[in-house]
Write a protein that binds this ligand. Structure first.
Ligand code: SF4
Length: 368
């Protein structure tokens, strides 16, 4: 397939790998921010093409993984209202809450529906004026424009029974939070290609300058990722720290101005709680004054929830690049994709799920 196959060619990957081996002089730790990049790295075994000096750290860029358990509990509680139709993308249904996930809520009788676009939820609201329809708006800057558009359409149509349960998170603030932490291990970032196709590169340029860290905005195919790694290493070895755009076939420095205009019209930046990472200032989107009527958290008084996560789960440390799934005592034992204890075992972009699928399990031959 054009625009895909040429980025998956074995010979090209081997050539870039050889260039990386020629460039490396000392150990470096590079974090890929995006869950899609983590998936490609594990699926194609890219770590095995790198010199042993290079360690890849898997970052917090999987939206399902960073949605806090408190919000899953809130979603389950809202879905239990008799008049509610709760709409969500399918991957959120199996994310564990404190006591149950949305799939179990559905099994107990809640009207939980899988949709493929937030506009599907708007259509359901139009067809069911006597019911309250809630869409679980989860994701990074990539999915936020479609959710903003759903709120915009609901307002234009005069809908009073449509609501968003928002858990939108933003990449640059969490990168800054990782870099500021006392135990930070990250020396360079592969930046999030899809997010930057919406938001552009300017915020990442500022981050690179402020924290003196190389950032290479990178795509998702094997040769994209290897080239991104090679560019990071070339900078690190020369003592440079600047922004580069490897994924230039999709990313423009100024971003997608139309998408950003919709975001600005509907959302304000807000403080946001991240699963395993705590509360980070200005790291999320919340509906602004003009759109607050669509805020599910204001519409539904859900109080007294006590968030409770598995004490075995170390996904917070994994999302900050401090540990790998094989360091978790529950990995592939108590915690599997069929019975996940943490969100990083649920999503196809989750680090634990990808290690489970693509790496040898405990007891098999693996040292990474
Ligand atoms: S293997 Fe399961 S319990 Fe362990 S960190 Fe990953 S999601 Fe959490």
């Amino acid at each position: 397939m054009k625009f895909l196959d040429e980025f998956r060619e074995k010979e090209l990957a081997q050539r870039i790998s050889a260039e990386i081996h020629r460039t490396v002089r000392q150990p470096w730790k590079i974090m890929e921010v995006c869950g899609g990049q983590t998936h490609s790295i594990l699926q194609y075994g890219l770590q095995d093409l790198l010199p042993e000096e290079i360690e890849l750290l898997h970052g917090p860029g999987c939206p399902v993984c960073v949605t806090p358990v408190e919000l899953i509990d809130k979603a389950v509680a809202i879905a239990a209202f008799d008049d509610v139709i709760f709409c969500s993308f399918g991957d959120m249904l199996r994310v564990p809450g404190s006591k149950k996930d949305l799939l179990e809520a559905r099994a107990e009788g809640a009207d939980v529906r899988i949709v493929y676009s937030p506009l599907d939820a708007v259509a359901i609201a139009r067809k069911n004026p006597e019911r309250r329809v809630v869409f679980f708006a989860v994701g990074f800057e990539t999915t936020a424009p479609a959710n903003a558009m759903a709120a915009y359409q609901a307002k234009r149509l005069g809908l009073r029974n449509f609501f968003l349960l928002c858990s939108h998170v933003l990449v640059p603030p969490v990168m800054a939070s990782i870099l500021q932490s006392a135990d930070n291990r990250v020396q360079a970032f592969l930046g999030p290609g899809h997010v930057c196709s919406i938001m552009g590169a300017r915020e990442y340029e500022s981050l690179s300058e402020q924290y003196k860290v190389p950032i290479v905005i990178t795509g998702f195919e094997p040769s994209d990722i290897l080239e991104g790694i090679w560019r990071c290493i070339a900078q690190l070895e020369k003592g440079e720290a600047k922004l580069e755009i490897q994924y230039s076939r999709a990313v423009r420095s100024e971003g997608n101005l139309s998408a950003m205009a919709v975001l600005d019209a509907v959302f304000d930046r807000s403080e946001r709680l991240w699963r395993g990472l705590g509360t980070i200032a200005e790291s999320g989107y919340a509906l602004n004054e003009q759109y607050k009527q669509f805020d599910a958290e204001k519409q539904f008084a859900v109080h007294g929830l006590q968030a409770d996560e598995s004490p075995l789960c170390i996904s917070g440390e994994i999302l900050r690049g401090l540990k790998k799934p094989i360091h978790c005592s529950a990995f592939a034992r108590e915690c599997t994709p069929e019975h996940p204890l943490g969100a990083t075992m649920v999503s196809p972009e989750g680090t634990c799920a990808n290690y489970y699928k693509f790496r040898p399990r405990p007891g098999e031959d693996d040292a990474s």
